[in-house]
Write a protein that binds this ligand. Structure first.
Ligand SMILES: [Zn+2]
Ligand SMILES: [Zn+2]
Length: 82
């Protein structure tokens, strides 16, 4: 991975692509939540991608992401990001 900075907050390291922009884990998670709410409002089905700065499996903050994957370094949960 490059050491690009998140295009949404310009602070944290970019980890995952979202609509053509590279975002950090936190921004990706909040933008995905917004996108899901929009899709739900239109009566569409959503793809649940559990990406956040704390692991959904064990609550650890020792998480990372890259390419098309999000993972936790403590419980080893992996999530494929669409
Ligand atoms: Zn960000
Ligand atoms: Zn975990």
């Amino acid at each position: 991975m490059s050491d690009a900075v998140c295009e949404a907050c310009n602070i944290k390291p970019a980890k995952l692509p979202f609509d053509g922009r590279l975002m950090c884990i936190g921004c990706w998670g909040s933008n995905n939540t917004l996108r899901n709410e929009r899709l739900l409002n239109m009566g569409r089905t959503i793809s649940a991608n559990y990406v956040s700065e704390t692991c959904f499996g064990c609550g650890s903050r020792n998480v990372d992401a890259g390419d098309r994957e999000f993972w936790c370094n403590d419980c080893l949960m992996r999530v494929r990001v669409i």
